[in-house]
Design a protein around this ligand. Structure first.
Ligand code: CUA
Length: 344
């Protein structure tokens, strides 16, 4: 029976089931992924063997040496003391295993903490309730992963500096096998080399508030030339988005509804002012006698709403990314305002 258990355990660790337990195990997405999977396999190989060995004997003893019919309830088995050879080996073998494990772990940890060689790109990730802000060298505005995927070049050693603007979050890319707590006032770093192109999830792995479960984004690993082209395009696009004036009369409330759901609903409900998620409910933004002004003090009018979204807002109530960060075009902005206006 113990042999069957061991076969099953090893099938999970080394066979096809590995890819089910650990995503893309057969095709590691970063250099740290193969290191960490190796570590996991090492621990799982010895851990499964020890588990099966110990548990197998527990079952064996409890069957073979069970109380026989007629035996007293207080019968105690033969007591064995002083088995120096046994004691020696059950001390030495676990000690050696742990020493090897410590050595292998430190090697992997050191590489993730300090990198192994030069760094081709350093990005900054700042976690917010409930979004990851990513900063790139030379890009004047940040990207937000709820709207725009983060990009990294394949085959280049990258360093990701991680911090938080508000509460504890955790930056986790399961396929890379790396995770770092995002802590206000502290900058942590992860060093890794993405091994091939692909699209991966970024997940917040620390409960950070009501929308923690929605705090997810995408990470796209490009070829280095595609990455350079993307970054150049972002630099151009951001400048273009800042220019131009908006004709609110062209707004389409139905298109605005879809935009609201994807861009705004993480923080705002369509409900009364008191229905707060992060910001207030916005159903009556244009006709709420108790709140005639917007959060920035301006009267609630469509033009002022457009202005507030364009500039963004930071204050006691929280922070709202501006229009560029949200990636709203002129038409998008007009649509969102039209949708809000249609709610009264
Ligand atoms: Cu951010 Cu959970």
């Amino acid at each position: 029976m113990t042999a069957i258990n061991l076969v099953v355990a090893y099938a999970i660790v080394f066979g096809g089931a590995m890819g089910w337990v650990l995503p893309s195990a057969g095709n590691p997405a970063s250099n740290s992924a193969s290191d960490i999977d190796g570590l996991f396999q090492f621990m799982a190989a010895f851990g499964s063997a020890i588990f099966v060995y110990v548990f197998g004997y527990v079952l064996y003893f409890s069957t073979v040496f069970r109380r026989q019919p007629g035996e007293s309830r207080h019968t105690i088995g033969t007591q064995i003391h002083h088995a120096p050879r046994l004691e020696f080996w059950w001390t030495v073998i676990p000690t050696l295993l742990l020493i090897v494990l410590v050595y292998l772990s430190i090697e992997v940890w050191y590489k993730v903490q300090f990198g192994s060689g030069g760094t081709a790109l350093t990005t900054e990730v700042v976690a917010h309730q409930f979004d990851f802000e990513v900063r790139y060298p030379g890009l004047k505005t940040s990207i937000y992963t709820s709207q725009t995927p983060m990009h990294l070049p394949a085959g280049k050693p990258v360093r990701i500096l991680i911090s938080s603007a508000d509460v504890l979050h955790s930056f986790w890319v399961p396929e890379f096998r790396v995770k770092a707590g995002a802590v206000p006032g502290l900058v942590q770093n992860l060093n890794l080399t993405p091994t091939h192109t692909g699209k991966y999830d970024i997940i917040c792995a620390e409960y950070c508030g009501i929308n923690h479960s929605r705090m997810q984004g995408k990470l796209i690993v490009d070829t280095p030339s595609d990455f350079d082209a993307w970054l150049a395009q972002m630099k151009g696009e951001k400048v273009a988005a800042a220019a131009g004036s908006v004709d609110l009369a062209k707004g389409n409330a139905l298109a605005g509804k879809a935009l609201f759901q994807s861009k705004c609903s993480a923080c705002h409900a369509i409900g009364p002012f008191s229905q707060k998620i992060v910001g207030p409910g916005l159903a009556h933004i244009l006709d709420d006698p108790a709140h005639p002004n917007l959060v920035n003090g301006n009267p609630a009018t469509p033009a002022n709403i457009a202005d507030l979204i364009t500039k963004g807002y930071t204050g006691d109530i929280g922070a709202m990314p501006n229009r560029q960060m949200l990636g709203l075009s002129d038409q998008d902005l007009a649509d969102v305002v039209a949708y809000l206006a249609s709610q009264k």
